[in-house]
Design a protein around this ligand. Sequence first.
Ligand code: RNT
Ligand code: ZN
Length: 422
Amino acid sequence: MAKHNPIEAAYRLARVRYATLGVNTDAVLQQLVKVPVSLHCWQGDDVGGFENPGASLGDGLAVTGNYPGKARTPDELRADATMALSLIPGTHRFNLHAFYGEFGGRNVARNEIEPKHFANWIAWAKSLGIGLDFNPTCFSHPLAASGFTLSSADKTTRQFWIEHCQASREIGAAMGKALGSPTVTNVWIPDGMKDTPADRRGPRERLAQSLDAVFHKKLNPKHNLDALEGKLFGIGAESYTVGMHEFYLGYAVKNQKLVCLDAGHYHPTENMADKISSVLCHVPEILLHVSRGVRWDSDHVVTLTDELHAIAQELVRGNYLTRTHIGLDFFDASINRIAAWVIGTRNMLRALCIAMLEPHAQYRQLERAADYTARLALMEEAKSLPFGAVWDYHCLQQNVPVGENWLAEVRSYEKKVLGKRA
Ligand code: RNT
Ligand code: ZN
């Protein structure tokens, strides 16, 4: 360690402080660097995809803002994501939606997409040594315009989306195989109704049947893992969401699939963190969409909130990191999109770092002894421990900018690259 580097000096002091609580900061950083976060491709281009340039979003999703410089092509999106990844400590993953495939200018129907349409993405991921995750895109499409996809009463529509999801799982498996790390393929559908439905049962029973068809073919879990994402409501689907949490929880428990918990998809007074240890009693693994709900929007950039701390604490305290796939899900078009990725991902990792630094062995001991006074006292004191010094040192060690220094790099990329995009 260099003698006069202030980051290192602060770390040395922090290490001593944490040691008094029985926490080994070096061990924490060794653990932290191994945790991958899956960056969602759709922050880079406002959930546009590359099927239909200029197509507008809908189906319960809304992106607001018109910050200049969004990625317009797969190459631009890869360049932007590479930039974001270079500012985040550790080795992470990238999460693609099906409509980010490269179809060579041809109109390839969604139920006919193949691994070859993602060959460039796979090559890019390989070059960075990262894994990929995947999602069928059951929105932004004429056959989703009725508000129903896998749960549609129309057999042809239903079949189309079943085939799209089947094709997506095959792509997920091809990615996982090529990259030597399982791809999590996550199904989310927008199906629902704006106003009170007469029939809540029919669409749900059809959705269950469609999912059975989607998952009929067994895929090697070393290549592909299936996840299901529920939601409370979407814009324009306020009264009825076919795929609500209870629906998928039941389906996932029965079929041992992964449940995807999106932090923006519950009633605002519900705590997503509290669901982790509940759901993991009954399914082998989970996927997280870490996000931030603000009033009716479920997708603001992840900031270092109490809710985020709670999620990280649950993952660490419950020893769930090996059974949890951490992904992000937000889209903000009102700020620099690369900065949005960097802020959200660094916050997720920072929250994990803080959670790992807690003296949880002591908490647990006090709890077992029913000394709730000391437990509360210790938890509150822990809130001002010098975790910032540990996090800064981690960034330094991982050769990424310390503190706010990453912003200057985004600014210079903005000038050199984003500014030249029309
Ligand atoms: C929608 C879900 C879903 C999407 C992405 C684009 O409410 O959260 O995960 O955000 O698939
Ligand atoms: Zn989500």
